[in-house]
Design a protein around this ligand. Structure first.
Ligand code: DX5
Ligand code: ZN
Length: 225
């Protein structure tokens, strides 16, 4: 499958958010990645329903909402109303993961589960057939612009194996410190969706940066010929 690129607006210029969204609309970005943080599960606080709803009005691209909040089960319907298409919750933040995934599906959204860097992949064993996306955090959640954790490659390889074994349809998403240098290797390891915040928005030419991330598969082949 062709991998997807999901720029995270966490590093966008919020004073010019409309312009940033219009740029992403024109770009080859597949999804918009929206990071919701509560100041409890992670130290940072970002945005919620209102901003997501505003973004929904000016894009047709799927909204990939990454919840870094405790007890996400309290807000599933509100995120659906705001316009989320894919809703990802953290393994570490949800006691009744199976039930919450069922609620997400009953609200007609795709369901994702995210793992912090210290959380082993095998913990997804009994849930992998129920989810659409498994998100591997490649930094500790909370902030954009952090350094990529190298152990992520091993986790992606383990996850790919688990998905094959269980004949799951789940896609593998990688989030944190992704850039054009590590993207080819991430795709080679088995990543299906690349989230990129800082590398896209700190670039002088974000659209070209997104284009390069899209081309990563070919770059890998080229480098390894
Ligand atoms: C971090 C967020 C990420 C973040 C990625 O907690 O989940 O989505 O925006 O940003 P970069 O690509 O800058 O690491
Ligand atoms: Zn994220």
């Amino acid at each position: 499958m062709k991998h997807l690129v999901a720029p995270s607006i966490l590093s966008a210029d919020f004073l010019n958010l409309k312009k940033e969204i219009e740029m992403l609309n024109k770009s080859e970005a597949d999804w918009f990645h929206l990071d919701v943080m509560d100041g409890v599960f992670v130290p940072n606080i970002t945005f919620g329903f209102s901003i997501i709803g505003q973004i929904k009005k000016i894009t047709v691209k799927p909204l990939d909402v990454h919840l870094m909040i405790i007890q996400p089960e309290r807000h599933i319907e509100e995120f659906q109303k705001a316009g989320a298409d894919i809703l990802t919750i953290h393994y570490e933040a949800c006691k009744h993961l199976h039930r919450t995934i069922q609620i997400i599906h009953s609200c007609n959204m795709k369901a994702g589960v995210s793992l912090n860097p210290h959380t082993p992949v095998h913990l997804l064993e009994n849930i992998i057939n129920d989810i659409d996306v498994a998100l591997i955090m490649s930094v500790n959640p909370g902030y954009g612009g952090q350094k990529f954790i190298e152990n992520t490659y091993n986790k992606i390889i383990q996850l790919k194996k688990l998905i094959k074994q269980k004949k799951s349809h789940a896609l593998i998403e990688v989030d944190g410190g992704v850039n054009i240098s590590n993207a080819p290797k991430l795709i080679k390891a088995g990543a299906d969706i690349l989230v990129a915040g800082n590398s896209v928005f700190s670039s002088k030419d974000p659209m070209t940066e997104i284009h390069k991330l899209i081309l990563s598969r070919m770059q890998y082949k080229f480098r390894n010929q």
